[in-house]
Design a protein around this ligand. Structure first.
Ligand SMILES: Cc1ncc(COP(=O)(O)O)c(C=O)c1O
Length: 271
């Protein structure tokens, strides 16, 4: 798929960008460009563009605002010591976005389009990838939304795939230190045959109340148990979970449709 490129006429000045990427916080500043690809029923994916970063013009009836048909991914670009820029297993993120799309009745972004969209953004915004120190990376947020102007409960006939990127430091403000975890006893993130395995906004919305409770109790993450019995550990609000035992063995909950198929999880198991 050919991407047309419209350069941002007002990019962040070099000095300002350098200051931002030297000291990034998580998800607060964004690069100069974004990728947009449109899908329409009967036409498929078309109009692949790299555009200046900016707000989305959206009709108030746009279906994503009402029925939550939305999925996303998270993947980082790492700068190596020789200056080169790398991602980690991007085709695994492409495959997960496709599974999420199936579950949420959205069109699947082809793997080549997904990988190319990251390359296209790096081609114009590569200078935003921080130096390889203190966990600094450029975080891509690929996402897909239902974008049909229509009120009615059915899958949208128009969708948009977009990618934005943000220079980030460590996810937890304390860096790579142990974090305390709040166990949610009276709220569930996902149920049997629900959408727990899809990376969709609704799962995160469902986790926020328990996350806020945990924060108020001084914990940085919340752990969810299975919705049916409340006795099996599933995952945290924003990450999978491994237990490491004294004998060196590790244990992680199995995937049963309610847990996100983490690529880190998969990689740790493979290793
Ligand atoms: C709910 C949840 N589980 C697990 C993960 C870990 O996924 P990955 O290892 O692919 O980053 C994430 C990542 O954002 C997540 O939001």
């Amino acid at each position: 798929m050919e991407f047309s490129v419209t350069k941002n006429p007002n990019p962040v000045p070099d000095l300002e960008r350098e200051a931002l990427i030297a000291n990034p916080t998580f998800g607060t500043h964004f690069t100069d460009h974004q990728v947009v690809v449109v899908w329409e029923e009967g036409k498929g994916w078309h109009s692949a563009e790299v555009l200046p970063y900016g707000p989305i013009m959206m009709d108030p009836s746009s279906s994503v605002l009402h029925y939550g048909q939305e999925i996303f991914e998270g993947i980082k670009a790492y700068r190596h010591q020789d200056g080169s820029i790398w991602t980690f297993r991007p085709t695994a993120n492409a495959a997960r976005l496709q599974r999420s799309a199936q579950r949420m009745a959205l069109p699947e972004v082809p793997t080549e389009v997904f990988v190319d969209s990251l390359k296209q953004l790096i081609a114009v915004d590569g200078a935003w990838v921080p130096k390889p120190e203190n966990e600094k990376t450029l975080y891509f947020r690929p996402f897909e939304i239902a974008a049909e102007n229509f009120l009615g409960v059915r899958a949208a006939k128009r969708a948009e795939y977009r990618v934005i990127a943000s220079p980030v430091g460590p996810y937890f403000t304390g860096g790579l230190k142990p974090v305390s975890i709040w166990i949610a006893l009276d709220s569930a993130r996902a149920g049997k045959h629900g959408t727990g395995e899809a990376k969709t906004g609704g799962n995160y919305a469902a986790s926020l109340l328990a996350q806020a409770e945990g924060n108020a109790e001084g914990c940085s993450q919340v752990m969810f148990l299975d919705a049916e019995t409340g006795s099996y550990i599933e995952e945290l609000g924003g990450m999978n979970l491994f237990f490491v035992f004294k004998d060196g063995s590790v244990l992680t909950p199995s995937l049963d449709g309610t847990i996100l198929r983490g690529i880190t999880r998969d990689s740790v198991i493979a290793l």
